[in-house]
Design a protein around this ligand. Structure first.
Ligand code: 13P
Ligand code: SF4
Length: 298
């Protein structure tokens, strides 16, 4: 069976399979570790495996490679690209920095390595608030997610400018979605990812990363939840909380690029050691400085 073959290959090649919560259920079940962007970066940085099979999108595998340059990092489907990461270019950010030398560049992990290389510090959705809190007197440009940037600005009251990027699935959430679902499931708590627009986040009972949503639901005494993030998280929520009920805030919450990988792709990547991620050394070294700063401040 394919799963047994994957297990055998993992042992033979000293490989580890990492998966994001947005992956297909079969991938989450075959992975050695399932997590959010921050936890996956930590795993990649600390693993003693020789090969990391990264089931996520390109920027995640690329981040793993920068944090573990001596490891072979494989992305089972090379065309798994985060659409938000494509909303900012190296040249545009370089020009912005030249025009605004007084602004600190705080960069969401959902970016390519070249963008990270121009940044002062990297953040994820689970540590952004904690990290930005360290810089109350700085003028900040937050790239590229305007929603998470505006959320930080409204929570902290700091001088934060935002890049006009967004996640196409979270961007579609509306106040009306929250109203409709609250009417349908009275008593259910509303948990939303901070990539959603600020006016929708203001309607939530809890705002957090995928892992923070999972932890909140698991610890909560409530029995029913409305979830405002990619449907992939529902698999993990049900696994950890078989007696609780979960409803998606909108039917459009599925990132196609996160759903490209299947068990056969993991097997092929491992067996042929294909789709290896590489990052030019000069870019990787500069991006690493900003990522290390994130790790220290997390
Ligand atoms: P987290 O993994 O930080 O929850 O972010 C979700 C996401 O959009 C990944 O692309
Ligand atoms: Fe990118 Fe949005 Fe997909 Fe996350 S869910 S990988 S932010 S497009």
């Amino acid at each position: 069976m394919l799963i047994d073959e994957i297990k055998r290959l993992k042992k033979e090649k000293n490989a580890v399979i990492l998966a994001h919560f947005y992956q297909n259920a079969e991938i989450q079940d075959v992975a050695d570790f399932v997590g959010d962007s921050l936890a996956l970066s930590r795993q990649a940085a600390s693993t003693d495996a020789d090969i990391i099979v990264f089931c996520g999108v390109y920027f995640m595998a690329e981040t793993a490679k920068i944090l573990s340059p001596e490891k072979k990092v494989l992305l089972p489907k090379k065309n798994s690209l985060c659409r938000m990461a494509a909303m900012i270019s190296y040249d545009d950010l370089k020009e912005y920095k030249e025009d605004n030398p007084d602004r600190m560049i705080v960069t969401y992990v959902n970016t390519r390595a070249d963008i990270k290389s121009l940044s002062d510090v990297i953040v994820t959705s689970s540590n952004a608030e904690k990290i930005v809190k360290n810089f109350p007197d700085k003028k900040i440009m937050y790239v590229p997610d305007k929603n998470l940037g505006l959320y930080l600005k409204s929570k902290l009251g700091f001088d934060i400018d935002v890049w006009p990027g967004f996640c196409y699935i979270h961007e579609l959430l509306t106040i009306n979605d929250v109203k409709k679902l609250r009417n349908k499931y009275p008593g259910a708590l509303v948990l939303i990812h901070p990539e959603a627009p600020l006016q929708v986040l203001n309607e939530a009972d809890f705002v957090g990363s995928t892992k923070q949503i999972l932890d909140f639901a698991t610890k909560s005494d409530a029995q029913e939840f409305i979830i405002g993030t990619d449907e992939g998280i529902i698999h993990a929520l049900k696994k950890h909380n078989p007696d609780k009920k979960f409803h998606l805030l909108s039917s459009g919450l599925s990132c196609i690029n996160m759903k490209r990988i299947y068990v056969q792709d993991v097997y092929d990547a491992l067996a042929k050691e294909q789709h290896e991620i590489t990052v030019p050394k000069d870019i990787a070294l500069k991006a690493r400085v900003a990522l290390d700063r994130m790790m220290r401040l997390s």
